[in-house]
Design a protein around this ligand. Structure first.
Ligand code: SF4
Length: 407
């Protein structure tokens, strides 16, 4: 983390004046939109793309050099991308990131621990964060994710990952708070925090171009979200953290408060640095500032796989001008954590909170989270559907969906 702190003033200058030219420190790679979940909050599973091959990805990552500190390999379901392990290895070889964060729906639970094991072994200097999606307890999870038995696979996957003893592996749980589960949030928080994973993070469901869910009702009402998230904040504030976990938990609480502000203010409550410090590369080679807008800066296939040619293009500057002019706003977690890092008042509050806790904690009991989980990823948003519906065409069987064409 220290290796990126010195870049903060340069990103601020770059956003304001267009200089110096900076490459992103937080990069999401979404190599495939294919997914074997059928979530009420996401339609990405219906998409098919002409996906970049691993050779193409390797050329792109080589062009990035050591700039990215944080990779999220998202989807779709990232474990459905056959070359997930080589992709992580390529990112490691060329970029040596501090963090490789991979979310998963847990459905390919036999394949997941095997691939995580390989990634941890072959990327020893990166913290590998595996975030398991959990949107409800028991059948409520299955209903929202659209797959019977998903909760059971979540539990099996968690148990299998716990068997892996890599020092660079961090296991987290990630919940999307939508209008489908906001009323049950306290039960979800108690269950998730009770698992004592290395981290627990929630994100609010929202409309995203990437997910083909724009115009659909998935976001909980602001007052309901506030009610739910205040209960999470209350629970987390009663817990004690040590080391880096104090910092990450302080950021997390700031994020939850920021989401509440954005829902009410309906603007960029703090400046967004998507397009400067964070970005996404979609599976077809397009470079986006974020998955919410999904504006195409240029396709890497049209730029000889050179990320810099895309990032420093005229079209990229046009998109940046729109973001700087606050023509969009959203509570996207992935971008928001980077934005908070670039926001001195937030940094000051986090610093004050950590200092206060350091004075207070003394010898109290510890719940240590081993890695910052400023993550995010997962997609979510969608149309209202009958409460008990399990969506059709879902195939959680690892052997089947790799080649299934649904669109
Ligand atoms: S405010 Fe949201 S939609 Fe706009 S650029 Fe930032 S992350 Fe994307």
């Amino acid at each position: 983390m220290k290796s990126i702190l010195w870049k903060i003033p340069f990103f601020m200058l770059s956003r304001r004046f267009g200089w110096p030219k900076m490459l992103p420190i937080n990069l999401t790679l979404s190599p495939t939109p294919r997914c074997n979940s059928r979530c009420l909050t996401c339609n990405i599973w219906m998409k098919r793309e002409n996906e970049l091959t691993i050779e193409e990805w390797d050329r792109v990552l080589q062009s990035l050099g050591r700039a990215p500190f944080w990779f999220t390999i998202s989807g779709g379901e990232p474990f459905m991308f056959n070359d997930l392990v080589p992709l992580a290895q390529s990112a490691y070889k060329h970029c040596r990131p501090g963090i490789i964060n991979i979310p998963t729906n847990s459905l390919l639970f036999k394949r997941i621990p095997e691939k995580v094991d390989e990634i941890c072994k072959s990327c020893p200097e990166s913290q590998v964060i595996i975030n398991l999606s959990l949107d409800g307890v028991g059948e409520k999870h299955d209903r929202i994710r659209g797959i019977k038995g998903n909760f059971e696979k979540f539990e099996k996957n968690l148990a299998a990952l716990r068997e892996l003893k890599h020092p660079n592996l961090s296991i987290g749980i990630h919940s999307v708070i939508s209008r489908f589960n906001v009323d049950d949030a306290p039960e979800l928080f108690d269950y998730a925090l009770g698992q004592k994973t290395d981290s627990y993070i929630t994100e609010i469901a929202e409309q995203r171009v990437e997910l083909d869910t724009v115009g659909l009702s998935v976001t909980p009402a602001a007052d309901k979200y506030s009610w739910a998230i205040d209960q999470l904040i209350e629970r987390v504030e009663k817990m004690q953290f040590h080391g880096i976990s104090r910092v990450t938990e302080a950021f997390r609480i700031e994020y939850y408060k920021l989401v509440k502000r954005i829902l009410v203010e309906q603007t960029q409550s703090i400046p967004c640095f998507a397009g400067w410090a964070s970005a996404q590369i979609y599976g077809n080679g397009e470079v986006w500032p974020c998955c919410v807008r999904a504006d195409n800066m240029m396709n890497l296939r049209d730029a000889d796989y050179d990320f810099r040619r895309v990032w420093f293009s005229r079209q990229a500057d046009v998109i940046r001008a729109s973001i700087r002019n606050r023509e969009c706003h959203c509570p996207l977690a992935n971008a928001s954590y980077t934005n908070m890092l670039m926001h001195p008042p937030t940094l000051a509050r986090v610093g004050a909170k950590v200092a206060k806790q350091s004075l207070r904690v003394g010898n109290g009991p510890a719940r240590a989270a081993s890695a910052p989980d400023v993550s995010a990823e997962e997609p979510e948003a969608a149309e209202e559907r009958p409460a008990a519906q399990v969506r059709p065409e879902a195939d959680p069987d690892p052997s089947a969906p790799e080649t299934a064409e649904r669109r």
